[in-house]
Ligand binder design. Sequence first.
Ligand code: TRP
Length: 467
Amino acid sequence: MADQEAAPSAQTWTHRWTFVLAAAGSAIGLGNLWKFPYITGINGGGAFVLVYLVCIALVGIPIMMAETALGRHGRHSPINSMRELARESGASRWWGMVGWMGAFTGFLILSFYSVVAGWAIAYTLEMFAGVFQGMTPAEVGGNFESLLGDPVKLTIWHTVFMVMTGVVIARGIHKGLESSVRIMMPALFVLLLAVLGYSVVESGHFMEGVNFMFAFNPEDLSWDAVLAAMGHAFFTLSLGMCTIMAYGAYMPKKASISRTVGSVVVLDTFIALVAGLAIFPLVFANNMEPGGGPGLLFVTLTSAFANLPGGQIFGGIFFLLVVLAALSSSISLVEPTVAWVIERFPVSRAAATSVYCALVWLFGLGTVLSFNEWSGESAQIFGMTFFEFIDYLTANITLPLGGLLIAVFAGWTMKRSYIYKELNLSLGAFNLWRAMCRVIAPICVVVIFYFSTIEEPLMELLGMAGQ
Ligand code: TRP
């Protein structure tokens, strides 16, 4: 224990509640504000939302507790923690692969995350400049289309966002991460509530929005949508790629994991639902399509701000906060890998960060081009654009797979006494958690994988063959 405490990565957060802020900062981001509403729209609303909530409860919570506990017990960067934990429990070194896969996934996610965060930077400036004042929703939509059509503009904003991420990471966890989450999150929350208030009072279609999100029509539900809902549960909680493990390594021993994880999950889910409730009434009020795709957040809220007294200022502040929320998430995509590099090689944090961010930036150009030069069919991968493919691969495949392995490791492989001590639950609660990790979460992931990626495509294939 003593030598672990002295390990280079064994610094801890300065305040006990900073882990909550940092983990919430990681969880709450574009996933809640941009992705959740738009994929809810694409997947038809109510039934999708219900499956998402069930996945948060049955899969998300137990795995988040597992990841935090593994991180705090391991006290190193995820790759080394996983190896160390496996060794300690007499298991194979191959468990280190979970860390590697996480690093790979983080790289891929950040590459498109940064491009989308770049849109929010562009919108912040345009809002403050008053570009949208008095525009109709159709004009706002046109403005968004023209941003996506311009690879140079997209690259500029993508670059700005990557540099911001790099700077925060390079400054290290105390100065960089802590101070950036402490102020941003509450401010974001207040503004989001203000937009929700506008939606309730002014849109005139609030109940339509509520219905869309919560009316349960089982016939809307395909296995594809179920997979997307589960994948999003991982994405929004930052699970399955060892982010929470990396942050858990900085968590003080005294803090309660269950309470901390509980607060993060509640905050994250609440913000996603509030974002949806703010956005969908505006969709209906403006006669837009709920399944309109990635532009949903940008077009609906911008149209609202465009016609609101003071919208120029509030809209600007809102998108600025979206950028900051994205930043507190993007740093958590980088941290596990950079933590490992500086643990393993004699390089500075700044050098490791620069090289890493430059590589992600380069790969992100694929997403930039997905919306313009590469949007045609000739550039598609399995019928998806580059961006859609990377998004699908990470949210629907590597995150659930990483989460599955973490659950199996914590539930079956790691010595019971170690994890019992970390979680510090009553025996009944511990057994419940363990059953979720051992059985329920893995079954959910495997069943959903099976039906969406094997059974359903197979049936389609057979159906076609039969015609
Ligand atoms: N959870 C963040 C969001 O909702 C994105 C994110 C940050 C993430 N770190 C992650 C997703 C790690 C998966 C894994 O915007």
